[in-house]
Ligand binder design. Structure first.
Ligand SMILES: *C/C=C(C)/C=C/C=C(C)/C=C/C1=C(C)CCCC1(C)C
Length: 205
């Protein structure tokens, strides 16, 4: 993603940079988790929250960034997406680390996720994308929205089975999360890169 920054239209550079930061942070965190796993035979899901607290809000901010690449969007949207996602991960972390009852953490975090979905479907962001008229951006936005709705559901399901009903062990949960991250972080970035490239070739034609 970083190598591609200079190949895209300047309006898209911020989005591509953020996609690079997200996958970069995940990469470093995965190396760390791997070391823990190799030396201790297990790696608690808690380590993922260190990654999520940074990458998840950045991913939500990408909705704002790709919209800003093609039209004017109110700054308030940025703050809504940021605060909703930080709240989600923070409260869930308190639940997983047993600082608050895990069910309380779950319910508040779930509420924050639903709020974020509302925002990108029919809230300020949803309305802005409908008015944008930029086809590659609209397509990318739609695919990202699908990922955030369908594939992100894996994380709360993991929370339910891992921490509320205690019916799934952490090793299995780690594998499921590993696979999910391929779509949620790498494919997510590739979708943005593709839209950026389409917008770039359109301009130069
Ligand atoms: C790259 C990491 C990503 C995209 C992480 C996403 C995490 C979530 C969407 C987590 C959601 C949760 C809930 C909606 C409720 C229960 C607690 C969480 C944090 C697992």
């Amino acid at each position: 993603f970083f190598f591609e920054i200079r190949s895209v239209n300047p309006n898209w550079r911020a989005s591509l940079t953020v996609a690079g930061i997200i996958t970069g942070i995940a990469f470093v965190n995965y190396l760390y988790i791997r070391n823990v796993y190799v030396s201790q035979g297990e790696a608690t899901i808690l380590y993922r929250y260190i990654d999520w607290i940074i990458t998840m809000p950045l991913q939500m901010i990408l909705f704002y960034l790709i919209l800003s690449a093609v039209r004017k969007v109110p700054k308030s949207l940025f703050w809504k997406l940021l605060s909703g996602s930080v709240l989600m991960v923070l409260v869930a972390y308190l639940g997983v680390s047993k600082n608050i009852p895990s069910i309380v953490g779950f319910i508040i975090a779930l509420g924050a996720w639903i709020y974020l979905l509302y925002e990108i479907f029919s809230g300020e962001a949803g309305r802005a994308v409908a008015r944008s008229g930029n086809k590659p951006m609209v397509n990318a936005y739609g695919s990202m929205r699908m990922i955030v709705t369908v594939v992100w559901a894996i994380y709360p399901l993991g929370y339910v089975f891992g921490y509320i009903t205690n019916s799934v062990d952490e090793n299995l949960l780690n594998i499921v999360y590993n696979i999910a991250d391929f779509i949620n972080k790498i494919a997510f970035g590739l979708i943005i890169w593709a839209a950026a490239m389409q917008n770039t070739s359109q301009r130069s034609r």
